[in-house]
Design a protein around this ligand. Sequence first.
Ligand code: BES
Ligand code: ZN
Length: 627
Amino acid sequence: MLYDEQCNFMKFLSCCLILILLATGCGQQNTREPLSMKPDPHSFSNPNEAVVTHLHWKARVDFITKKIDAIATWTIEQKDGTTQIIFDTNDLHVEKVTLDNESTASYELAETAPNLGRALSVKIKSDTKKVSITYKTSPNGEALQWLSPQQAGSASPFLFTQSQAILARSWVPCQDSPSIRFTYDAEVTVPQGLLALMSARNPKEKNESGVYDFKMNQPIPSYLLALAVGDISFRPISNRSGVYAEPSLVDTATWEFADMEKMIEGAEQLYGNYRWEQYDVIVLPPSFPFGGMENPRLTFATPTILAGDRSLTSLIAHELAHSWSGNLVTNATWNDFWLNEGFTVYFEHRIMEKLYGKDYSEMLAMLALQSLRETIADLKNQNAYEDTKLKLNLDERNPDDGVTDIAYNKGYFFLRSIEEKFGRDKFDNFVRDYFSENAFKAMDTEGFIFFLKNYYLTRFKLTIEEDFLNGWIFTEGLPVDCPQPVSDRFDRVNEVIHKWEDTGQLDDAKTSSWSTHEWLHLLKNLPDSLTQSQMEAFDNFGKFTSSGNAEILTAWFTHTIRNGYTKADGELEDFLINTGRRKFLNPLYKELIKTPRGKEKARSIYKKARPNYHFVATNTFDKLLNE
Ligand code: BES
Ligand code: ZN
């Protein structure tokens, strides 16, 4: 070959190579090792050597000692030459370990590591099929909240768990990584008169014996293990969905969630069959630290969504959507948390759009964008700008640090931007196939990029640019071409604000049709500084101080604290003591500690409130209030 010919041939070869690389999606950012080889920075487990496949859990719940006495029997698979299996534990008292229900195994509990707890290594034989761990939980186990009847606001005590992100290990010794899945069955004994429920096939009523059996036939990761015990009743909504709550609340809750079956049908029409048979919601006592938790078959929910007007049910759409995004296709590690939450917020908005129209879902998107911009500004100020990338680096940190608006709302706007760039039909096909082709598997960010690029290229002959993906996923802040929601309903709220700015008049002619979202938009777009008479005028206008809606109260109290509107102090204190949802407590305590007097007040309220909060909340506020 002549030199020129050689050059051309080389050029041809490199073009081919580039084309192949593009076609297979193997750009530099997304060359990927097989998932199974990547270690999870938040688990000590060794799934590449020995991995769990099924759990049989036999447990007794004791409200007097605040302990669970249990045997966890794990069915395992092991590779040739493996001599041990490693579990995660945290604050567990391990009494005994046996292999295949007979011989006692030797085991070792490592030192406690910050955030992660203690690794439990069990020596196994080459033919070991089952490992049984007999243990007790500690009264302070981080996932567990034991409530006295008084704290539960009932005649009976209450217990619930919160396993996400890495707290399952404080009530079940497990390989606590979201990339490891197992089926489970359980036999749980509770005091007579109480009902036990799990993230599994559930009983619908109490029985005399206090012994309940559970079965979860679909493989789930450990962070979806869940248990609730209390005086709980059930009401059906359809033949595959219903509501559990304390008897005095159950009818109210059933009314509030009346559209649940329609939500499931809407979700199925969008992105494929509901794969978990039953979908129920349990309304927990107020100390539940989250709005909702997507425990499979049984969403755990805060009572603060019972607004009395069905205005906060997008939270149910959100937790239901997790039955696909998260529970079917699961973030491989907590660094990929945006895959769980970003997809879920996107799906949530699509369910709300389908049921209530675009003008409704665009209000949610507007609120999401404003909140996202504020979060990005806050993280920048706190020198945590790195944490505004979708793909996080939480190694050596608590995965809780990744629970910000970035995963949720930047994730949402990223997915929406793909939708807008190439069209909704294509995107919907992609999402449907993404869920079905990766069902019951873990997915990391690089795997998502690979799947996405490959899908658009092979199905639609479309190339998704590397720069576009990098700009969203591996870059801080918000890309300039972030989608902009449009809301006429919020425009009308803006008109009220502008009129007030120009004339001092608050025009209540149109507010009778306002939903919670319009009021929230108003509250979130008022000037920071308001005089006492202006505060008074707004309070009369929206009846905020006496509102029963926790979202509105939180937005309003940030103004009352900032502007020293002491009329609302009693309500503020009651709210902080009686609500355990971190999303509401956080902005209020943060606002309070901005002044020395406020800080004093925050600390004195916290002292009274702390016994009512779950570990997830006290862990956050102990740090915040002791700074
Ligand atoms: N899975 C989350 C809750 C969670 C995240 C618990 C990370 C522990 C660690 C749940 O689906 C969620 O996102 N809840 C939100 C509600 C939602 C409507 C945004 C909440 O609790 O506020
Ligand atoms: Zn979620």
